[in-house]
Every structure is written in structure tokens, then in C-alpha cells.
Design a binder for this molecule. Structure first.
Ligand SMILES: *Cc1c(COP(=O)(O)O)cnc(C)c1O
Length: 393
């Protein structure tokens, strides 16, 4: 198909799906249609705006109720959540941590922040997440037991953890990844920043690993302005996380005694107030995002060069970002389609540049990445705000 014909097909489908919306149509826009004003005003009226307050505790309780995790620790953003989770999972300076090359840069940055080295592994075609078969084969090739743990025999560094990520909200194959991690004795920290509201069977993403992390940045499914949370079922780990994210201060009425190096990562009450109101609206927003996914699916169903990316079998995706995939022969046309769509006010975006192509990560160890490289060239994200579908309320 010619570039012009493919671009016309792409624009035609976008026009059918979201052409009625005001331009530009943003990639993902927050929506404040519930009790946001009321709860935020309550913080200002009572003076409880900072790191202590009823909304922080309430937000954590509601996150456990929604996700089914036993404990949730609210923090300032998703990157801080990952950093704290990795430290508690035992990642130390000089270790290596395995993660997909196809991810947002924060996953690799949080590993670096631990003083550890990101080690990139390939993704799977069906989930867009870390490929369990590729991980297993690769570990069998590079890993050897050492000192009660696992060592990369090519670099001599300890392999400390695996960090799968749920791309655009589509769940990675956690049961298979857990089996591989268990076989090699590696803990899993799930980067579920994009997948609040995504389930594998009836289990929420971010609750399969030892720890899971969420983000409530402005572009995510729900937002607290900036914010994040760590999920775990382990009470000891949860206590330690609360301690480390609040400057490791021993509780006392007046004394300042801190018993280890720690961080000021606690989510402010003001942001948590926004979070409580947003969580109340989450089911409605997810329902409308699912309707929008259906609209895109049918708009692209007759397309010759583009395929809508569906949720993996057995999963319920939050469809955080809808996407289409260019067929192999058309992959070189990606940027022409992006230009055409953005010229028309449809804010479409490519997937992230793969981590090993970024200057600070180009020398990191990596497995062969053929699938991630194909996905990078072929994926296009589409405007995905819940707002694009009229509310039920
Ligand atoms: C958004 C995001 C993060 C980081 O979240 P922030 O709240 O922006 O720090 C981490 N990982 C992935 C995959 C993300 O999409």
C-alpha cells in the first residue's frame, strides 16, 4: 500500500472513531467529575495539606480494597514507588536487574537510582510485556548460582530482581513470569504504573510479584497530580516501606530520631484527597475507556495495514492507551502516519524509544531484542481519554 493510501486509511479510522471531539484531541487527559473539589477544599479548610492527614490513610485503604493487595503505601510518584520497592526487594549497588527494553524510562531510572545496572530483555508479541520464554532461555544461558544467589557469568554481577511492566495497561503474562522467577530464585517487582484497573483473571496487576507499584501522574488512568503507591501482601515489608518513605523516623511525641538513611516520599494529603475522589470515579472511567477501545477496534477492523492491539487472552485491560500496530511491510511509514495524524489534531504518539538506545543505557547488558525492536517500529498510540465517551453519570 502507498504511504498516501495508508495515511488516508489511518486518518479515516481516527475520524470515524474520535472525529467528533474538539481538536486537538489529546493523547490522554484527566477528568475531574466527582468529589475532587470537595475533598481538596476540605484539606485547605482544615489545614491538613501535607504528609499527614485522613485522605492519605483513606486513599491507601481504598487502594487495597480495589486491588486486593493487603497493603498499599502511598508515595510522591511512580518512580519513587519503584525505587523504594526495589530497595526493599533487596536490590543493592552493583547488582543487575532484568526489565523489558520496551518501557518508559522511569523503570530503568529507578534501578539506576539503587546503584544497580538495568539489564534489558525482550518483549512478547501477544502481551507487549516481558516475554517469559525469552527470559527463561536467556537466564539459562547467562545465569549461574553463586553465594546462595544468582550471578551473571558474563559480567560477574549479582542478578537481583525482575521488573515486568504492563505496557499501555495490557497485562504481562505474570503466571508464566512468576514460574520463571521462582525457578531462578529471583524476586519480582511489578511496574504496574500504567495498569490500575487491569486484571489477569480476577487478580489485579501489581499483586503477583513480591511488590507492585502504581503511578497517578497526570496522564495515567487516574491522577493525584503527581503520586504513586506500592502494593504488597507482606506486612513486614509494608511496615518497612512506610518507615523508609517517611525519613525512617522512630515514632515519638517530640524526639527526632531516625534509624537509617531514608527518603521523604510520603504522598501529601492534598494529592491523596484528589486520589480518593478519582478512585470513586474509576469504574465509570474504565467502562468508558472500554467503550472507546471497542470503537477503535471496529474503526480499524477493515484496515489493510493496521491492526488494533487487543487485550491479551484471559485478561481485562484498562486500555490506558489504545494502540494500533503497523504490519511488517508498512513499518517504515510510522512517522508519516504520526505526522498526518498530528497535523489533523489527533495527538498520536509512537511507543517509547527502547531503553538500550538512550545514551545513559546504551552500554548496559541486554538480551537479543527482536520483538521489542519490531514493536518499537510498529506501535502507534491513539487518543485514549475516558472523556471521549459520554459519561453515564
Ligand atoms: C508513568 C510511569 C512510571 C513513573 O511514574 P511517575 O509517577 O511519572 O514517576 C513508571 N513506569 C511506567 C511504565 C510508567 O508509565
Amino acid at each position: 500500500m502507498s504511504e498516501k493510501a495508508l495515511a488516508d486509511e489511518f486518518l479515516g479510522a481516527l475520524q470515524r472513531a474520535v472525529g467528533a471531539a474538539d481538536r486537538p484531541v489529546p493523547l490522554h487527559e484527566p477528568e475531574f467529575a466527582g468529589h475532587e473539589w470537595e475533598y481538596v477544599r476540605d484539606c485547605l479548610d482544615t489545614g491538613w495539606v501535607s504528609s499527614v492527614g485522613k485522605y492519605v490513610d483513606e486513599f491507601e485503604v481504598r487502594l487495597t480494597q480495589y486491588t486486593g493487595a493487603r497493603h498499599a503505601i502511598a508515595v510522591v510518584n511512580g518512580t519513587a514507588a519503584l525505587h523504594a520497592a526495589l530497595v526493599v526487594a533487596g536490590v543493592r549497588p552493583g547488582d543487575e536487574v532484568l526489565l523489558p527494553a520496551l518501557t518508559f524510562v522511569a523503570t530503568a531510572n529507578a534501578i539506576s537510582q539503587c546503584g544497580a545496572v538495568p539489564h534489558f530483555v525482550d518483549s512478547a508479541e501477544d502481551t507487549l510485556g516481558l516475554d517469559p520464554a525469552a527470559l527463561k532461555g536467556y537466564l539459562a544461558h547467562i545465569a549461574e548460582p553463586a553465594g546462595g544467589g544468582l550471578r551473571n557469568r558474563l559480567t560477574g554481577r549479582r542478578l537481583a530482581a525482575v521488573v515486568p511492566m504492563h505496557t499501555f495497561g495490557h497485562p504481562a503474562d505474570m503466571p508464566a513470569l512468576l514460574a520463571v522467577a521462582e525457578q531462578f530464585g529471583l524476586p519480582i517487582v511489578e511496574d504496574a504504573a500504567e495498569s490500575l484497573g487491569s486484571f489477569i483473571g480476577d487478580r489485579h496487576t501489581g499483586t503477583f510479584g513480591l511488590l507492585g507499584t502504581l503511578s497517578f501522574n497526570g496522564n495515567k488512568v487516574i491522577t493525584t497530580g503527581g503520586g504513586g503507591a506500592i502494593l504488597t501482601d507482606d506486612a513486614t515489608i509494608a511496615r518497612r516501606l512506610k518507615h523508609l518513605t517517611t525519613t525512617a523516623k522512630r515514632p515519638h511525641r517530640w524526639e527526632f530520631f531516625h534509624d537509617e538513611v531514608a527518603w521523604n516520599y510520603r504522598l501529601p494529603n492534598l494529592n491523596a484527597a484528589l486520589g480518593c475522589a478519582q478512585l470513586e470515579r474509576l469504574p465509570d472511567m474504565l467502562a468508558r475507556k472500554r467503550v472507546l477501545a471497542g470503537v477503535y477496534r471496529s474503526a480499524f477492523s477493515a484496515s489493510a495495514g493496521l491492526r488494533f492491539v487487543d487485550e491479551p487472552a484471559g485478561c481485562r485491560s484498562n486500555y490506558w492507551l489504545n494502540s494500533v500496530r503497523l504490519d511488517e511491510p508498512s513499518m517504515a511509514r510510522r512517522d508519516a502516519l504520526l505526522t498526518a495524524a498530528n497535523d489533523q489534531g489527533f495527538q498520536c504518539r509512537p511507543a517509547w524509544t527502547l531503553m538500550h538506545r538512550l545514551p545513559m543505557y546504551e552500554h548496559c547488558p541486554r538480551a537479543p531484542l527482536p520483538v521489542a525492536e519490531r514493536l518499537e517500529a510498529a506501535l502507534i498510540n491513539l487518543p485514549s481519554s475516558a472523556k471521549l465517551v459520554k459519561g453515564t453519570k
